[in-house]
Design a protein around this ligand. Structure first.
Ligand SMILES: Cc1ncc(COP(=O)(O)O)c(C=O)c1O
Length: 389
């Protein structure tokens, strides 16, 4: 009965009924190796036992009270995030886009609070920050913004490779600069450290807030809790979502005390954001991701995976061009239309996700094993052979 749904998605005609670890099972009983994780969401695999317990235990006790009252698990989740990041404060949301809205509002409010009334937001070509109005206003991709104008005033996307343009674009009128340290939808593009450093320096010099969008690249995906930790360059505001809920809708906007200083009582809100169910799951996700061996294992297995992918590219140069990315945020740039690879992989029982620039995204659960990587490589190899024949 798909006809009753708004036709905004070009869905594959499969419906999954069960998940277990890296595996998904379709209605007809066929099994799929899921190395897309519902677009970087199921970081602990499907139906992780401890996550199921955290959710069902909480469901027996209390689902929702609203933010009119204290929510103990929300406070605990905030404390864990604050203890492990640059941030001093958190606001919880139900999605990445809502976290982005909070970040944009916070940046503008900061400047109105400081009475310099700056409102401009600078973003970068190829970036994706979500589908709400604030989020699409930071994009210049026609397919995302077409027909929705006028967008939020004062938003401009520029080319990150053009240093002079960056220096010209960020001025004393700029409220914030927003960037994904690794572009996901844009085609798994790791932003070079010197570009992030340049942005940090300009923002510091001009009193502009720097926002990192780690909705896709954060929560352990690169082998550190957040991707920017590899660079030693820190934002004033950061958004996270996807992996933090492991499949339960949850996001957060994290900020320093200073960046958040305009956000007083009544300045922002959410009925559901950070409710007991979501935060019980979020606490358990962080419990696992921050356990002693978890992130070292992500670093180890990701080295193994990317090495195997490089081998795959050399074996099939007519299908694959290069391996992109870092940690378990990997991409295969294809020489043909990437959807062909996605479709052929699907026929072979493997789920991967397309991105811009003809890239096929590989975003497996972070607890993927070596045997599962080997199987994924085998299926990708079969996929390439299938395409060639
Ligand atoms: C980097 C980034 N920011 C924001 C979003 C929006 O998140 P959501 O779809 O949860 O609103 C996404 C979603 O893909 C994303 O990849």
């Amino acid at each position: 009965m798909e006809k009753y749904l708004l036709p905004t998605y070009n869905r594959t005609s499969v419906s999954f009924v069960k998940g277990d670890g890296i595996w998904l099972e379709a209605e007809d009983g066929s099994k799929y190796l899921d190395i897309g994780s519902g677009i970087a969401v199921n970081i602990l695999g499907h139906c992780n036992r401890e996550l199921v317990s955290a959710l069902t235990d909480q469901a027996q006790e209390l689902w929702h009270t609203s933010n009119l009252y204290r929510v103990t698990k929300q406070e605990k989740l905030a404390e864990t995030l604050i203890f492990n990041t640059f941030a001093d404060m958190a606001f919880f949301t139900n999605s990445g886009s809502e976290a982005i809205e909070c970040a944009i509002k916070m940046a503008r409010k900061f400047h109105s609070h400081n009475q310099d009334n700056r409102h401009e937001i600078i973003s970068f070509d190829g970036s994706f920050h979500g589908r709400t109005f604030g989020a699409i206003s930071t994009s210049n991709a026609q397919k995302i913004i077409e027909g929705f104008g006028p967008l939020l005033p004062g938003c401009k996307s520029i080319d990150l490779k053009d240093k002079d343009l960056i220096i010209d674009a960020i001025t004393a009128k700029t409220a914030a600069v927003i960037i994904e340290p690794i572009q996901g939808e844009g085609g798994i593009k790791v932003i070079p450290d010197d570009s992030l450093q340049l942005l940090r320096n300009i923002c510091d010099e001009l009193g502009v807030l720097l926002i990192f969008d780690e909705v896709q690249c954060g929560l352990g995906r690169t082998g550190r809790l957040f991707a920017h930790e590899w660079t030693g360059i820190y934002p004033d505001i950061m958004t996270t979502a996807k992996g933090i809920g492991g499949g339960f809708p949850l996001g957060a906007c994290l900020a320093t005390h200073k960046a958040a200083e305009g956000m007083g009582i009544g300045s922002h809100g959410s009925t559901y954001g950070g409710n007991p169910l979501a935060c019980a799951v979020g606490c358990e996700v962080l419990n696992q991701v921050l356990s002693k061996d978890f992130l070292p294992n992500v670093r180890k297995i990701s080295g193994y995976f990317s090495q195997k992918l490089c081998g795959l590219v050399s074996n099939h140069p007519s299908v694959f061009q290069e391996v992109r990315g870092t940690g378990l945020m990997l991409g295969l740039k294809t020489r043909l239309k990437n959807q062909l690879v996605v479709d052929e992989a699907f026929k072979n029982g493997l789920l991967v996700i397309p991105a811009s620039e003809n890239v096929v995204r590989i975003l497996p659960p972070l607890n993927i094993t070596e045997a599962e990587v080997d199987l994924a490589i085998e299926l990708l190899d079969k996929t390439a052979e299938g395409i060639k024949s």
